[in-house]
Design a protein around this ligand. Structure first.
Ligand SMILES: Cc1ncc(COP(=O)(O)O)c(C=O)c1O
Length: 364
């Protein structure tokens, strides 16, 4: 066996796999708390649109392959994004789009550039392709895009930007992204990951269509896992030039998104009321949690996402375990080089109050 592993592709043997949040079932099995609140994976606490749930029960064709081109969903996304059908690709979660782009452009002779503390999947897909990771120091926890160009090497083929970033919640303005795109050679693919797009309430945030019409080396990714509450169905999408979408479609598996996910996403994207309610809940509860955490002496990183990372007078790994015993699942983020920090997802009012109550008891 060890002989076999000697022939692993470059990068894979040292790869640190993604660590998902603990599940409710695991915590019940291990600690059996009276109640469990999961605030660990940046999911929508309101769940998906009721219309999306209703649509799932009507599907009688599970024996048939899904539409491999996701035509109905792509038409609705085209309308929602004011973009052409041919500029859209559907993925098994937006992570799949990140992976497809990495496979298309990265290999053992190339490098990819990303910020320190950026979303973990960028490193994984880069390393899995045997490619070098160029990590740019962060500025006040955020992506310092002004120093990206000087870190570019001749070998650089891809640049990853999470906006807002997970786990820091920091974001970059339209102007910062535009200026970076201007400076980078058009031979570098810029992946702008907008998984938390809807939660941003800053006026100078990115204008996706403006950027896409200006730059052919741009791939924007979005997801149905966050605001749309469909994380378990695994569906996301990418937006780019016809040419780039054509390349990614060549290496995509023919039926990468299943029929139930496509159907639910079609209903979710049309339920503007549910999206609005989810945005409003997140905005008010994000403010509430930020203030409450600050009031009890925690140092919070201002967030434009549906989560807050904070540190305080505690050991993050111990706090994570102590809260879990009390039925509150949060996320330690040592893997992001933030060993003192805990990330908490913004929940419903009840969930947030329960989290704060247990946090105060545990930290004391
Ligand atoms: C910044 C960022 N991008 C992408 C994803 C992946 O989302 P998906 O569920 O669409 O694969 C996540 C998930 O947590 C994320 O935080």
């Amino acid at each position: 066996m060890s002989k076999l592993l000697d022939y692993l592709n470059k990068g894979i043997s040292d790869l640190h796999p993604y660590e998902p949040g603990r599940s409710i079932d695991e915590v019940v099995a291990e600690y059996n708390p009276e109640k469990v609140v999961k605030l660990a994976s940046n999911e929508n606490p309101l769940g998906p649109s009721p219309k999306a749930i209703h649509a799932l029960s009507g599907n009688k064709n599970l024996h048939l392959y899904p539409d491999g081109d996701s035509k109905k969903l792509k038409s609705l996304i085209a309308e929602h994004e004011s973009i052409n059908f041919n500029n859209i690709i559907i993925g098994n979660g937006s992570n799949e789009i990140l992976e497809l782009a990495a496979r298309a452009f990265l290999n053992k002779d190339s490098s990819a550039i990303m910020s320190k503390h950026a979303f973990a999947v960028y490193k994984i897909v880069t390393q899995a392709c045997g490619s070098e990771i160029i990590e740019v120091p962060a500025k006040e926890w955020g992506h310092d895009l002004s120093s990206f160009p000087t870190n570019v090497k001749d070998s650089t083929r891809v640049c990853f930007i999470a906006n807002p970033n997970n786990p820091t919640g920091t974001f970059n303005s339209h102007e910062e992204i535009d200026s970076l795109m201007n400076q980078l050679p058009s031979s570098i693919l810029v992946i702008l990951d907008l998984a938390y797009y809807e939660y941003v309430d800053s006026d100078d945030y990115v204008q996706v269509n403006k950027l896409l019409s200006k730059y052919k080396n741009l791939l924007v990714t979005k997801t149905f896992s966050k605001i749309q509450g469909l994380a378990s169905l695994r569906i996301g999408y990418g937006l780019a030039s016809d040419e780039l979408i054509g390349v990614l479609n060549k290496i995509r598996q023919p039926f990468n998104s299943n029929a139930l996910a496509q159907e639910a996403a079609c209903h979710a994207i049309l339920d503007k009321d549910h999206i609005r309610k989810s945005i409003e809940l997140n905005a008010s509860e994000r403010d509430y949690l930020f203030k409450e955490l600050t009031n009890i002496g925690m140092e919070c990183i201002p967030s434009q996402g549906n989560f807050i990372s904070f540190k305080g007078n505690f050991n993050a790994q111990n706090l994570f375990t102590d809260l879990m015993k009390q039925g509150v699942i949060v996320r330690p983020i040592a893997l992001y080089d933030m060993p003192e920090y805990i990330r908490v997802t913004i929940g419903t009012k009840d969930e947030n109050e329960y989290f704060l109550k247990k946090l105060k008891e545990v930290v004391k």
